[in-house]
Structures are given as structure tokens and as C-alpha cells.
Design a binder for this molecule. Structure first.
Ligand code: ADP
Length: 581
């Protein structure tokens, strides 16, 4: 449902709940086909008005319109007039892209499915977009795979998001919605968590209140997803962004409709069903490259270096955008950036690679180089972030031991230079690195990873020496999810085994305790079995820690098998609690 319509329902929800008699309204909605008989029956068993509104909020524009019409038919004129101004535009010319209603509809579907927005500076690649759309239309009648492949930074993700930004395509091919999942390089436990989160998201959008227990294994998660897609989201499209590994793809081999982006063309060989592919050229043609530079620098006449820059990086959308962003800040550095690109001073450590990353690296190096020395050091600290993970400024203020305002200024600088991205949909703003930037940082700082992770752990310990963050703190969620990760990296690099046994304790007692414990007991807690049990427990339950209010970790852990170390530790904690009153 459009944002405007949903907001209107929320605004008047209370009044509607008080004044409507749902049974007649529901009859109209059922005959409009926006409410199923099952849903109607379920609503009848509850506080009907509340349940109807609750369900309506999860539905689409058509449901809003049908509800409005039902109000009119049942002579609730004053209530109908409340909703009237925000009626979504389902005009007969809705297919016309220029109509506001159509744009809003597409926007609503895409944001509901987590599809990223266009980059601020965007150039259209109509031929490529059409090629992808044409393949997507082949999924109209039967499930299958569309692989969008190409080198790093060639614009695959932007293209995938753009291809589905089309009213007709959504309506005709994917009325079940478009659901975006960022994958990246991950291991099996991470994959399990991803699929669980996806199922969780899909279930949340339905009316079901019941939360399933998380699946225990990848196979189980796969079955759950299969069931959801088949029964509840038929004809939906899943977009899997940045796949590296065929085992990941196999987990999604569930006879549904999938668009995937990858650097590896042959990935889909390992799965069954109809397959189509689109190659993304690594570079933009010269005019498009120049268009990006012109948009960033707001120049009508570009200097002659512009053409050389685009040629030098072979039109890589990523590099041109990075340099565009740099030039926006320092408009007189055309010659300098061109020379930076030409001097291939940076040697890649990665050996086997079918892609030419050189230009990318140089552009990245160039953009980091313009930072003042002390900021370059701070940027280096970001090497320890996980892919696709967004952090609030507060976490960085702990990491850097700087005042909030100073951190704000530094982050702003990074964002302006395209070195960092910001998600400003919600407050507090969240920051994240582009995958390639992170790859680049990790590669550059490979020998220092251990000390960088150590720094996080120490800064954390220092900052929270008087007590851990509380659940109301914006940064708390990050620490709950990732402190163990930083510690694991830190310790595994020290060639110790990671005992996650103490990590669970962190979630119960506050991680400051844990760090002390860890330093003290680390060497004797290194039993492999125990480690894997805790890791598994965390990966299975990790997503629940994203909920608010936070679940009781001890209770979660007590549902583990009695023979497990997780259970034993939780029992000890529970006994401690009881004896402490
Ligand atoms: P890939 O998925 O191939 O690694 P992305 O789609 O993430 O690449 O694009 C990398 C960067 O290149 C984006 O962050 C953006 O800055 C730039 N970019 C890609 N496509 C476009 C485009 N059509 N217009 C403008 N910039 C683009």
C-alpha cells in the first residue's frame, strides 16, 4: 500500500476501530477479491474492527480502495471522507509511467520488498534494462532464474533494481511482490540466518501473528521458504544480490522466480529449472560516463581530462561515480585524478581473477588518499565492518573515542566523497560501506586485521567499563550482534580457538564481563565442540535479537537440548538469577 494511504489509515485507525461494523464491510471486500473468506472468518473470531484494520494495513492499494468503497456503500460518509484525500490513484492510465499514481505504486511495492533506491547520480542504460525485463517476462508463466552477471562495480545491482521499477512488469509478472536479499560472501550459518530473516519478513507481511520457531538447519529453512513462496507468495520475484557460491543458490532452488546478480556467470548451472542470463558490460559508453561526471560536477562543458578519465577506467560506473564525487568536492583536480588513474601504483594481492580490478583499486586508493591523515586512519578502522551491515554513528564514536558531533562531521565527509553510504530513511542514520570498498579495505589492511578487531574490543571495553549499553541505546543492537564477531576475529587470528561459550554470557550479563572472562579463561575454553554448539545457537537465534523488546536469552537457550553446553550455561545463569532473587 502506498505510504500516504497507510499513513492515513494509521492516523484514523482509532476512530475507524470505534465506529465501524466490520461484517458488512467485509462482505464488500470479499466480493472485491481483496479479502479471502479465510481471512474474513479469522477476523470474525477476534475483536473484528481491530483485526480488520490490522489486516488492512498489511494489504495493497486495492484493499484500501475497496475498504473506502465499502464505507461509502454502507453510508459511513464521515469516515469515508477521512480516507478520501489519500485514495491511491489507480487510474486507467496507470501503466503510463509518468502518472503519479503509478510511480507511487511501484515505489510502494519496491520499498516493501527492500529493493534499493536509485543512486543519487543515475544514468539510464535502457538497452540493458530492457534486456533484463525481457528475460523477466519469460518468468510470467513458469518459475526460473535470470542471472545478471558482470564484473565488480559494473552496475549489476543498480540494474537489477532498475529493471523491476516498472508498473506493468510488477502487475503482470510479479503480483506477489518483489523481495530483495543482499547476499555477498557468506558461510552456511550466515546463510541460514539470511533465509530465516527472509521468512520472518515474508511472514510479517502476512496477517499471521504466530511466529514460527527458527529452523534448525538449512534444509528446514529451505522447506519453510519453499512453502511460503508456493502457498503465500506465488508469482513473487526474489532478487538475490551478489551471489558468490553455488551452495547459496542451491538453498533457493525451490521452484520459484529468481533474479540474481553475480560476478560468476556459471553459478546457475548448479540449479534446476528454466534459466536466462544477461551480461552487464563492465563499462558505460563514453557519453554515459561523461554524463555521470557532468551530473556530479554540475558542469555543462567538461574539461578535456573528463574523456580521458572515462577511457582510463573503461567507463566503470563505480569508478566514474567515485571520481565524480571527488570532483564535486575538489573541482580543480581533473588533471590530478587522471594522473592517479594512469599511474598504476597499486598492486593487487589477489592472484587468480578473471576480472580486471586495477582501475577500481586505483580509484579507491585515490579517494582514500584525499582524506587528511588522521581521517585516513579512521577510515581504515571501518575495515572490520561486516558486509551489508549498517551501523549508527554512535558505534563509531565508541570505536574512535570521539564526540558525537566530531563523528558526525567525519562521517559526512566520508559520505560526500562516496567512501561511505548513508541510510537516512530512519533516525538515527545508519552508515555502511559499498562491498567493493570493503573488499578493498580488507585487502589493503590484510596484515592488520587482528589489531583492528582488537581495537574494537578494547574501545568497547573502555567505553562501557561502568556497565554495558542498555537496550534503549541505539548502538546496543550493533554490539549485541557483532561484538562476538569482532572477538571471534580477534581470537581466531591469535590462533586461539573461539569459545563462543562466553559470548552467550555476554548477551546475558553485558559484554564487558565477557571480555574480562575471555581474557582470563580463553585458553581453557577452547573446546571445539562447545564452540560449534554456541556458534550454531547464535546463528539460529541471532535474528531474534533484532526484535524489540529483546527476548530473554536465557529462556531461548533453555530450549536447547539438555545435553548441550548452551543449555548447561543457561541453566547456570538461571540458577544464579534465582539465588540472587
Ligand atoms: P555491482 O553490483 O556490479 O558491483 P553496483 O550496481 O553496486 O555494481 O554499482 C556500483 C556503483 O556504480 C554504484 O554504487 C553507483 O555509484 C555506480 N553506478 C552503477 N550503475 C549506475 C548508473 N546506472 N548510473 C549511475 N551510477 C551507477
Amino acid at each position: 500500500m502506498e505510504e500516504r494511504a497507510r499513513s492515513c489509515l494509521l492516523r484514523f485507525r482509532h476512530r475507524l476501530e470505534q465506529d465501524i461494523k466490520p461484517s458488512y464491510l467485509m462482505d464488500h471486500m470479499v466480493s472485491d477479491g481483496v479479502l479471502s473468506v479465510d481471512e474474513e472468518e479469522r477476523i470474525r473470531t477476534q475483536d473484528q474492527a481491530v483485526a480488520l484494520l490490522e489486516l488492512l494495513l498489511k494489504k495493497d492499494n486495492r484493499a484500501y480502495i475497496s475498504f473506502y468503497n465499502a464505507l461509502v456503500k454502507e453510508a459511513y460518509d464521515d469516515l469515508a471522507s477521512l480516507l478520501q484525500d489519500d485514495l491511491p490513484q489507480m487510474l486507467p492510465d496507470a501503466h503510463n509511467k509518468s502518472s503519479d499514481g503509478s510511480v507511487a505504486y511501484v515505489q510502494a511495492v519496491l520499498s516493501e520488498g527492500g529493493v534499493p533506491q536509485r543512486p543519487v547520480v543515475f544514468v539510464n542504460r535502457p538497452e540493458l534494462v530492457n534486456r533484463v525485463r525481457e528475460k523477466l517476462y519469460r518468468l510470467l508463466k513458469e518459475p526460473g532464474w535470470v542471472t545478471v552477471f558482470g564484473m565488480a562495480g559494473s552496475g549489476k545491482s543498480v540494474l537489477a533494481a532498475e529493471a523491476v521499477r516498472d508498473h506493468r512488469l510488477i502487475e503482470e509478472c510479479f503480483p506477489g511482490g518483489i523481495h530483495w536479499l543482499s547476499i555477498g560472501q557468506l558461510d552456511k550459518p550466515d546463510l541460514l540466518v539470511k533465509i530465516q530473516s527472509l521468512c520472518f519478513r515474508l511472514e510479517q507481511s502476512l496477517d499471521s501473528q504466530s511466529l514460527h520457531r527458527p529452523s534448525n538447519s538449512l534444509d528446514e529453512a529451505k522447506e519453510r521458504l519453499r512453502f511460503l513462496m508456493l502457498r503465500r507468495y506465488p508469482r513473487a520475484l526474489l532478487i538475490l544480490d551478489d551471489i558468490w557460491d553455488s551452495t547459496v543458490l542451491k538453498a533457493f532452488d525451490i521452484h520459484c522466480r529468481i533474479l540474481l546478480t553475480t560476478r560468476n556467470r556459471s553459478l546457475a548451472d548448479s540449479v534446476s529449472g528454466a534459466k536466462y542470463e544477461v551480461e552487464v558490460e563492465s563499462g558505460l559508453d563514453e557519453n554515459k560516463g561523461l554524463e555521470i561526471l557532468a551530473k556530479y560536477t554540475e558542469l555543462n562543458r567538461l574539461p578535456e581530462e573528463a574523456r580521458s578519465i572515462v577511457r582510463e577506467c573503461k567507463g566503470s560506473p563505480l569508478v566514474v561515480s567515485l571520481i565524480g564525487a571527488l570532483l564535486k568536492e575538489k573541482p580543480n583536480r581533473w588533471d590530478y585524478y587522471l594522473r592517479q588513474l594512469q599511474q598504476k601504483q597499486f598492486k593487487r594481492i589477489r592472484k587468480s581473477s578473471s576480472y580486471d580490478y586495477d582501475a577500481l583499486d586505483q580509484a579507491m586508493a585515490a579517494s582514500i588518499e584525499v582524506l587528511p591523515d588522521e581521517h585516513r586512519e579512521l577510515y581504515k578502522d571501518l575495515t572490520v565492518l561486516e558486509k551489508d551491515i549498517k551501523v549508527p554513528a554512535k558505534v563509531l564514536s565508541v570505536l574512535w573515542d570521539l564526540e558525537a558531533e566530531e563523528v558526525e562531521d567525519i562521517l559526512e565527509e566520508f559520505v560526500n566523497k562516496s567512501l561511505l553510504f548513508v541510510d537516512n530513511h530512519n533516525k538515527p542514520y545508519q552508515y555502511y560501506l559499498h562491498d567493493l570498498q570493503l573488499d578493498f579495505l580488507v585487502e589493503q589492511n590484510r596484515t592488520q586485521l587482528e589489531s583492528l578487531h582488537t581495537k574494537v574490543v578494547h574501545q568497547y571495553q573502555q567505553h562501557y567499563r561502568d556497565g554495558p549499553p542498555t537496550s534503549g541505546d541505539e548502538e546496543c543492537l550493533y554490539w549485541i550482534r557483532f561484538l562476538t564477531y569482532h572477538m571471534a576475529k580477534y581470537f581466531s587470528f591469535l590462533a586461539h580457538h573461539v569459545s563462543v561459550g562466553v559470548c552467550i554470557k555476554a548477551q546475558i550479563m553485558g559484554p564487558a564481563h565477557l571480555i574480562n572472562d575471555y581474557v582470563e579463561y580463553g585458553p581453557i575454553l577452547d573446546k571445539e565442540v562447545m564452540r560449534s554448539q554456541f556458534q550454531e545457537f547464535l546463528s539460529l537465534n541471532g535474528h531474534q535479537l533484532e526484535q524489540r523488546p529483546f527476548p530473554d536469552v536465557v529462556q531461548l537457550a533453555l530450549s536447547e537440548p539438555r545435553s548441550s553446553e548452551v543449555y548447561r550455561q543457561a541453566l547456570l545463569q538461571a540458577q544464579d538469577r534465582t539465588s540472587a532473587g
